[in-house]
Design a protein around this ligand. Sequence first.
Ligand code: AKG
Ligand code: FE2
Length: 449
Amino acid sequence: MEPSYKRRKLSPDRVQPRAPSDNEESTDFKLAILASLHPDRSHDVLLDYLLAYSGSVEKVSDALSAPAEERVTRKRNAINGYQSSLASFAATKNGVPPVVKSLTKKGRTLHLFSPGDVKNHTPCSIIHNFLPTEVADALLHELLGEASTFKREKFQMFERAVESPHTVRFYVDSYSEAEEQKAQYTYNGGLVENIGEKSYVYDTISGKTPAKLLEVSTRVNETVDEEAQRRIKDFQPNAEKLKFQSPDEWRPNASFVNCYDGGNESVGWHSDHLTYLGPRAIIGSLSLGVTREFRVRRIIPRVDESSADAQGQIAIHLPHNSLLVMHAEMQEEWKHSIAPAKAIDPHPVAGNRRINVTYRMYRDYLHPKLTPRCKCNVAAVLRYTQKRAAYMWQCTTGSAVGQTSCGWFAWAEFDVDGKPPWAKGYKGNANFPTSLLNETSPVIVTSDR
Ligand SMILES: O=C(O)CCC(=O)C(=O)O
Ligand SMILES: [Fe+2]
């Protein structure tokens, strides 16, 4: 049975607000757009230009496309990455989580190589030499064979259609699910989401998970489960999972496979979509082929534009056959990217290419046939606003090529385990919507079930 959504007016004379994420996301959004258009420029250079041109993406883009002598040049300290051993900084003592110090400074990149440093200073853990060598090589061969079917994602930026600076394909674990994804997860030939998060055109890129990718998913499953439990035990107060994090076992059933062909190919700053994963999602990310830098940085609610990069970035080096686990803190509180590389070491099998698989768990209760629809009658996307520490459903179509957004949004209700009201086993949320009632939302979505 389809759920129905009651819209409740809280006050007749309240004015319809704008979606609250617009302001706080704006610099990230602009940087993501610029990173896609100018993948050869570092984040810091783009930020510098953005400040110099008072936040105008179009002016920055025009300036960066102009011959060198016409560009605005601004003095800034040299930005060099540096390598450290951080073993002395943080350690878990008697189950008390370590105080993670901010080790990076604005404009600096801290390079991390060791698993201990990664787990102590980022919301990730890394396992080197994850698969037996022959399994990793067989998977790499399989995916290099698939890579010719990968596509660049397309999204709308102002009046222009823009392409992502790497190729991707989306896989699901059964034929029926693949068919359903094509039917349900698309909109007019393509569901395209915000560049600040990521954009996916499901009907051109989804397929059934190939044999090796599926086989490896079982190993990833076990390891991610163990790592997730360890993370809670070692890093969460009282060894309790985060609010809204699912207590269920993590079972991957879908994956994005990315191919970066050469050092110029990259992916801009983003958090992964929560729409089908739910709050506090966990992702297993396997790297094969050329070693590249996975950059992470905290999302800092900004007082002014200049603090966008106040804590600098951390670069985690991802060699062939390494598994990175992005834990439950990651998507809501941090952003990640694959930075363009000035130089790469070719891999004996993959040449200049890096293949990355992000294994994900799509939740049945977040299937688009169950989730709220916006005024365009399209399944809304789930977003998180750090400023309000709240989730919301929002119209997605604004970034799709040739479409404009209806601007609709509604606060999203979840129980402590991240289940929405229509999910089986929903425990209720006594605090909702009181924490948001004094805010500007006039519309609350509830379910009949
Ligand atoms: O290539 C990677 O390691 C990251 C890819 C990524 O961020 C994504 O698929 O969302
Ligand atoms: Fe991502």
